[in-house]
Design a binder for this molecule. Sequence first.
Ligand code: C5P
Length: 219
Amino acid sequence: LADGPLKGKRILVTSGPTHEPIDPVRYIANRSSGAQGAALGRALAALGAEVVFVTGPADVPPPEGVEVERVETAREMLDAVQAALPADAAVFAAAVADWRVSSTSDRKLKKSSDGLPQLTFAENPDILRTVSEMTQGRPGLVVGFAAETNDVVDNATAKRARKGCDWIVANDVSPATGIMGGTENAVVLITDAGAEKWDRAGKDEVARKLARRIAQALG
Ligand code: C5P
C-alpha cells in the first residue's frame, strides 16, 4: 500500500454497469464505461487507502493493486458491497440498472410467428440508499454519483436528500457534453454546505481531486 493521507483507511468503490439477464445471451444495462470509477479507485489507492473495488462488467480494466470483486447484477453488487463492509468511506460510482427482468428465461428466446416476447420487470435494490440508511456500521462518508442531463444542481441536491448520502458528485451527461464514454468530466460536488462547481477536467484529475477531498473529510 502507498504511503499517504489515506493510509489505514478502507474505502469501498462501486463501478461499471450492472447487467440484468433477459435470457442466456441477452441483458439490459445502463451505459457506463467504468472509467470514472476506475480512476477513483486508483486515486484513492495512490493516497494510501486500502480499496475494495466492486465492479460490474466495465469496458476499462479495474485499478491494479486493489482488491477487486467482479459482479454482474445489481443484487450481486449489493451482496458484494455488504460483504466488503465495514469501511471508512464508500463511493458509489456504478451505473446500476434500476430494474431487472423478472421474466427471465433459461433458454434463448426465439423469434416466432406468435409475436414479440413480453418482458416483465422487478425493481432492483438501491445499493447507495441501503448503505446510506444503515443504522449500524454505516461508513463515515457515503458518496453517490448522479448522472443528469438537465437541472444538474437541483436534481442532484434532491437526490442527495432522497438517498441519504453525505455527498453527491453530479455530472452533466447530456450527449452534447461528450462526457459519457469520454475522457473528461465536469462535475458539481453537492455537500451539506451546498453546490461546488468544478472545472471540466480529465477523469483522472477529477478522481484525484475527489480523493483529496475524501482524505480531508476523513481527517
Ligand atoms: O437514482 P440514480 O440511479 O440516479 O442514483 C445514482 C447513484 O445511486 C449512484 O451513486 C449509483 O451508484 C447509486 N445507485 C445504487 N443502486 C441503484 C441505483 C443507483 O447504488 N440501484
